[in-house]
Design a protein around this ligand. Structure first.
Ligand code: UDP
Ligand code: MG
Length: 310
């Protein structure tokens, strides 16, 4: 523990990042040195299976400003970030990816805006050409849909890379949920925010752990964390179907009264039965998604477990 509080705390979650830590630290020291203020860099080792922890331990021995939290297993980026943020002491906090996709130079501009009086300065990815087409497209659809059905708006292409003042961090710590969709949580907090555009770089080394299925689940988390619209929509689906059935039923009764009984087709019957079965299962599935979340929250387990601190 330092004898006086640092000005800025950097939080970097690491999952199998042994190859990039050196590069990351070099750039970080360079940029933070230019600020001429005290700083701390908190690495969170999120259950890496390579030698990330050894590298981090070595760095924490070498540099007084480097602190390392070692989680007891892989808890996921959101939990790792939460752990790191909980341990920060700085007047401002900046979460950043260690793969250098978030350019560290931006921190200088973040701090300048903070000094102008903003509590939050967020980095917006103006150029996502380093991401795959599929990732960009799915992100676009996600932001559009999320913002349509949620009470809070997540600005397009804004990630976790941002500066937050101590006031914001104090409020953030009061949020007890264990299912943490950080982007949404950050947006939910509000405060005077400035958006700074930047170009998202390629990963310097190693590989992304967010692909396909994981991203889809992440998006589902995002939507179910901040909106109950997917639950409410079934009321309207049900109403619409009931109305259509009523009109169709009346038509059949009328037809029978006027033209007599006719033998109805098997095809139309089975189509309707299957269609309604499908719709009902979808409704139940979405209900299940929310009940699952209630279940997880109700267990009230800690968000992360710290095995050691270096
Ligand atoms: N990360 C983590 N735990 C995980 C997955 C990722 O702490 O389970 C970290 C990772 O080390 C990196 C950041 O989260 O610092 C972003 O991960 P990644 O680069 O894989 O995601 P992408 O940039 O492709 O969205
Ligand atoms: Mg990355």
């Amino acid at each position: 523990m330092p004898d006086h509080l640092p000005f800025i705390s950097i939080v970097a979650p690491c999952y199998n990042e042994a190859k990039v830590i050196d590069l990351f630290l070099n750039e970080m020291f360079d940029v933070l040195g230019r600020l001429k203020r005290d700083y701390e860099i908190i690495f969170v080792n999120d259950g890496s299976t390579d030698h990330t922890l050894d590298v981090l331990k070595e760095k924490s021995q070498q540099y007084a400003q480097v602190r390392v939290l070692n989680l007891s297993r892989n808890f996921g980026k959101e939990a790792a970030l939460t752990a790191g943020i909980d341990f920060t002491l700085g007047e401002v906090v900046v979460p950043i990816d260690v793969d250098l996709q978030d350019p560290p130079e931006l921190i200088i501009d973040f701090v300048a805006k903070y000094q102008e009086g903003y509590d939050v300065v967020v980095g917006k990815r103006a150029d996502r050409s380093s991401d795959t087409m599929a990732k960009r497209l799915s992100a676009e659809v996600f932001y559009k849909m999320h913002n349509k059905i949620s009470d809070i708006e997540i600005p397009h292409n804004v990630g976790d890379y941002r500066l937050m003042s101590r006031r914001v961090i104090d409020e953030l710590k009061k949020l007890p949920e264990t299912q943490r969709f950080m982007k949404g949580i950050f947006a939910w907090l509000g405060f005077k925010t400035f958006v700074l555009e930047y170009k998202r770089e390629e990963r310097v080394a190693g590989e992304s752990s967010f692909n396909g299925w994981k991203l889809w689940n992440f998006a589902l988390d995002g939507i179910t964390s901040f909106s109950t619209a997917p639950l409410r929509v079934w009321l309207y689906v049900g109403l619409a179907l009931a109305l259509i059935s009523f009109i169709y039923g009346s038509w059949i009764v009328l037809k029978t009264l006027i033209f007599g009984v006719d033998s109805p087709g098997y095809a139309s019957l089975i189509t309707i039965v299957l269609f309604l079965g499908g719709i009902q299962l979808m409704g139940v599935g979405i209900l299940g998604e929310y009940i699952g979340r209630i279940y997880l929250e109700s267990k009230n387990r800690p968000i992360y477990i710290i095995e050691n601190e270096y």
